[in-house]
Design a protein around this ligand. Structure first.
Ligand SMILES: N[C@@H](CCC(=O)N[C@@H](CS)C(=O)NCC(=O)O)C(=O)O
Length: 349
């Protein structure tokens, strides 16, 4: 099968998430489509010119993210994300439609502001800004609905992709005043299928030159007890901007000490925060952690972006037989307190 996408499309992102969630990477080839370009060869494949577009194994083409997601979900005869039937089904469909309605508005907004300045309509932009404000207020209330928690479903995926798009539009600041929505998004956005389908970053705005490296907070990804910014403050450090994050391709290993070890397909959760070089050196000069060495990682953030960060690991990972139940328990407690995904925390041993 061939799935046509553009990297920034939130609708295509839903279909891409489904490919990953259902483990269909080997069966679905992801192809970049050239949309919104006169005479694009893509129009010969999908005359509507929109993405996502799935060409099935029998050559039949499917439009519409919801249809494509349902099709991919049902391929193995065991649909897991579909909304329930009967009375709860209407509730689930209501939520999915509400999320899609917000996504449609945010997409119009994002499209409008991506045009050259002289082609933008201030009226349309204002209309969508106002709509988005009303919709996030509604979602701050609706997010407590049981269907928006528990097993992932299409309503949750749609809302996550809508909020993920908002995160990309730097003018769509939906977070202030919506703590419950932030909390929900933080959890779902750490899901590997969401992280792996993040849209390309927005180019940084030009501004004053950065301070010298000695004064600059350097992002460090902590996966052990140092991810507790409060505990670092108690040691006299000044961690800047702690953010929940996930590093792919590494697994947490706990022996006498904890470390991350390269492991294909695994992910480690923790917090990224900024510290000065002097603070980092001070932290790792203590005898108990002197054996750790820095390596570079890409830390995926809940808004779908990634940041380069330092990560301190043991040069030699602990033997399989080595364990530290007391440390693991402390880390589970901290992980719960810091809202790391429950399934990850439960697996810390
Ligand atoms: N309702 C459609 C919307 C798809 C859509 O609008 N896709 C946009 C990208 S975000 C697109 O392909 N635009 C290209 C165009 O309009 O020519 C769905 O859910 O799949």
């Amino acid at each position: 099968m061939k799935l046509y996408i553009t990297p920034g499309s939130p609708y295509a992102r839903m279909a891409r998430m489904m490919v990953l969630e259902k483990g269909l990477e080997g069966r679905v080839e992801i192809i970049l489509a050239q949309t919104r370009v006169a005479g694009s060869p893509y129009y010969g494949i999908n005359p509507s010119g929109r993405v996502p577009y799935l060409v099935c194994e029998d050559g039949v083409g499917l439009e519409e993210s919801a249809l494509i997601c349902s099709y991919l979900d049902g391929l193995d005869g065991d649909p897991a994300f579909d909304l329930p039937a009967g009375k709860p089904g209407w509730e689930a469909r209501r939520l999915e439609a509400l999320a899609r309605s917000m996504l449609d508005g945010l997409s119009v907004w994002a499209r409008e502001i991506s045009r050259p300045q002289n082609e933008r309509s201030p009226g349309i932009v204002q209309h969508e800004i106002d709509r988005a404000k009303r919709m996030v207020d509604v979602w701050e209330q609706e997010i407590g609905h049981p269907l928006m928690h528990g097993a992932l479903n299409f309503a949750q995926i749609t809302l996550a992709c809508a909020l993920g798009l908002g995160g990309r539009n730097t003018e769509a600041r939906w977070r202030p005043g919506h703590p419950r929505l932030c909390d929900w998004f933080g959890r779902i956005a750490a899901r590997p299928s969401f992280v792996a389908t993040a849209p390309p970053g927005v180019p940084p705005k030009s501004g004053p030159p950065p301070p010298p490296v000695a004064d600059r907070p350097i992002d460090v990804f902590f996966y052990g007890l140092f991810m507790d910014a409060g505990a670092l403050r108690a040691k006299g450090l000044h961690p800047v901007n702690p953010r929940l994050a996930c590093v792919h391709g590494f697994a947490l290993r706990i022996g006498n000490r904890a470390t991350l070890a390269p492991c294909a397909g695994a992910s480690a959760y923790g917090y990224v925060m900024g510290l000065t070089h002097a603070e980092i050196e001070g932290l790792y000069s203590d005898a108990s952690v002197r054996a750790y060495r820095a390596e570079a990682v890409q830390a995926a953030l809940p808004d779908g972006s990634t940041v380069p960060a330092l990560c301190f690991n043991l040069v030699i990972a602990p033997d399989d037989g080595e364990a530290n139940a007391e440390y693991a328990e402390k880390l589970r407690d901290l992980g719960r307190r810091l809202n790391l995904p429950a399934s990850y925390v439960d697996g810390i041993r």
